[in-house]
Ligand binder design. Sequence first.
Ligand code: HEM
Length: 466
Amino acid sequence: MWALFIWVSLLVISITHWVYSWRNPKCKGKLPPGSMGLPLLGETIQFFKPNTTSDIPPFIKERVKKYGSIFKTNLVGRTVIVSADPDLSYFVFQQEGRRFQSWYPDTFTNIFGKNNVGSLHGLMYKYLKSMVLTLFGYDGLKKMLPQVELTANKRLELWSNQESVELKDATASMIFDLTAKKLISHDPDKSSENLRANFVAFIQGLISFPFDIPGTAYHKCLKGRENAMRMLRNMLQERRRKPRKNPIDFFDYVIEEIQKEGTILTEEIALDLMFVLLFASFETTSLALTLAIKFLSDDPEVLKRLTEEHETILRNREDADSGLTWEEYKSMTYTFQFINETARLANIVPAIFRKALIDIKYKDFVNDAHRLYDTSRLGGDGLSTSCTFESKKESTANNASKHFMAFGGGMRFCVGTDFTKLQMAVVLHSLVTKYRWVEIKGGNIVRTPGLQFPNGYHVRLHKKIY
Ligand code: HEM
């Protein structure tokens, strides 16, 4: 009887101690206010609760109201400090590699691979980034412009012959085909693999509970990774067996780098890089583009100003049918403001994670600085009016500011920003100069917290008759 009493008492004391330690994580200084939620689960369920707002996510809004713009919580088993404070978020971005370092939850690294560019640091990170910029930097994009325009024109023509087109999927397919061609010469008409299908559910699975059970987004992502990596690995072996004379696509260039004497690049790092790029280059942009078209449908004033900007480009040309020039592209001031405002609101990357490297006030943090669609900002101040590299030859400049971090900031500023802007601007140019559209159905958004269009966004395109 006594033994049972002692055993139960010990159990109760241990559980109480464990719950107390959970609620009060160890820290030499003072942690910001906030709740650690339930033991094990933390506040993960509240974080993932679907919401339909384009405003600040309710999870953040409620806690900012209660605790202030910097608070602690526990998400997917990790204690994190959330910053909705622009000054702190900006400061953390500037401290990359010094006080803070890029860090992502296990689900993210399991899906993207432990050697993905976001998890690498120092020399290897810089080396990978410079490789990516050979494709998505200034010179690469300048070369790509005619191809992007041709692809956009062809697809819009195709869509205009359909009764209804679901824009999220249609834009994803358009962008994937273009980038997969640039990256690995993938041709969907010739390939037996539906490569894009492997990347479905990614946005949902990246930051989720690591439950690898059928039916979860995480499980789907892992399966998708397995298939896509198998394909990339086979392709790598094939190309190493039968090297091509001149590099045709980005993968050829990467393979050349692996084969250089004294290289620091390994096959595994190269494969993870190709995998991340394949995903990042289409899903993000297609979501932003779909949302952009939805915003234009909802705001005729913005549509009118945007159309005017693009019609002026055509009017100022000697030959209205000649393709877009780089100068014309760079002149799309209002379009870049509109794209930035859309990216800010699309909040496609719902959280940016960092780990504190030295003992400072904050341990890990997630950032949230993107909210409310504000048309008054378009054409006004506060937002960048240019594509990123307008004033610099190489695309290392970034136009992140304390109030605009949709593409991140500091050293890890998104390497795909200019590629996204190029594609969005070119599609919008062709769309508003050649077509009108009517909404058929869908267009509502849900954030979990990744952005989704649960019912798609179906529109009917009509050619404009001048
Ligand atoms: C609307 C479109 C996009 C948005 C909103 C977006 C957003 C972001 C953000 C916020 C980061 C910073 C992550 C961090 O600091 O931890 C990032 C990094 C990155 N993005 Fe994008 N991105 C977009 C398009 C693209 C595209 C098209 C590519 C393809 C090339 C791309 C490739 C990357 C890569 C490789 C990184 C990691 C860079 C690093 O760690 O230095 N992104 N992106």
